[in-house]
Write a protein that binds this ligand. Sequence first.
Ligand code: ADP
Length: 476
Amino acid sequence: MTQVLFVVSECAPLIKTGGLADVAGALPQALAAHGCKVRTVLPGYRAIMGGLGKTKVVERYDDLFGGPATLRACSVHGLDLLIVDAPHLFDRDGGIYGDAAGLDWPDNPERFAALSYVAAMIADKGAAGWVPDIVHGHDWQAGLTPEYLHALGVAVPFVFTVHNIAFHGNTSAERLQDLRLSSDRFDADHFEFWGQISALKAALAGAAKITTVSQTYAQELLTPEFGIGMDGILRARRGDLLGIVNGIDEDVWNPATDPDIKPYKTAAGKAANKTALRKTFGLGKSDGPLCVLVSRLTEQKGIDLLLRALPELLAGGGQLALLGSGAPELEVALLEAASEHPNVAVKIGYDEALSHKMMAGGDAILVPSRFEPCGLTQLYGLRYGTLPLVALTGGLADTVINASPAALSSGVATGIQFNPITAQALGDAFGRLCALYAQPTVWKKMQSNAMKQAVGWDTSAAEYAGIYAQLRTAAA
Ligand code: ADP
């Protein structure tokens, strides 16, 4: 058994803002089938402390970045957790990264430095006698871990996964001491990034292996356009970088057993869910495809492109049901579109159960992202026979088979991809979508292809296990 410590800032179903949580929630179980035992160190946010059941204090820290803290072990939802119970850092109302107004917490550098520091201490001294063979950090919140491993003289290999390069975790160099970082290593080879401390850079420089969540994104990251300033260090480390596509939790996302929907085994069972979904969103009947979209509303997700291309969908008789929250200007624009068009309905908010109903009731799931490291909703769509219409980028390029004439004639298509990522190309894709939807035999074939795609974790978990094994051998 390989003992692995996950270091991560969110984990489904306990606490989630995006796909990172889904991965952290599902991958440990998938790894168990490949000889890996994962324990996950997670901040003890106020929002999760009540739902952990029985916890056991396994370590105490007198001063964890400004206050006393404990490490609590517990098992919940099939996950073995080590919770950093540090009230001065995590016991507060609001979001996990920012206040109710959406402003980042000013002490985020300390909050996630504390998470990373605890991870390094667990790798050093263990937690209740358990010591990991591998430490696996996810995104910038775990980024300083290799610096602390180095400072404590711990040789346990560190693996780092980039879920989204857009978040750097940068902070002013004045915080060096507060963050217990060595000024000797504040340089371009370690964690200095344009004069600032960068947690992401620390991880990219210090990891034994770097993974990211699709092969296409791994290639894209090497370019200035997608690497967002980190492409240089990634090019230098390209020998240790590889793409491993995300899977989905096939128990949580299973149309045959999903408690939030009218369960179905074949796409024919979607009709009842479509009727229910239209009712939920106040949409009438229409001849075209019912498109759904579930997302954070940010520039990344291409919502502005969708708004501009919407007339093409509506002209084809299509409908849109959208669930999301985020940038206020996008929320306003979407609500305006909904008030102008009877075939557009928008719900602003975060609603896990409704997102399941949308996968079940929609004909197509839209993911018009400008960049998308992997993307999960198109994978849910495949499993639910809800055909993905996606931008040709990152994981969206790797997981959908475009309905090109060749793919259609050989019967392998599972969705539609558009490129370049512009409103015009998205509008054209809506035209193709409506035309395909009007051909029931072709559409049904695509649905059955989609529902047969392998979207689980098995293959990818085996790849992670392979990396751990390789590093263990090298470290021995
Ligand atoms: P990202 O991590 O960039 O947000 P992903 O597609 O990888 O994008 O993952 C997003 C996850 O968050 C999916 O599980 C999606 O269903 C979920 N999600 C996003 N917005 C909402 C929402 N408003 N309500 C419910 N679930 C949401």
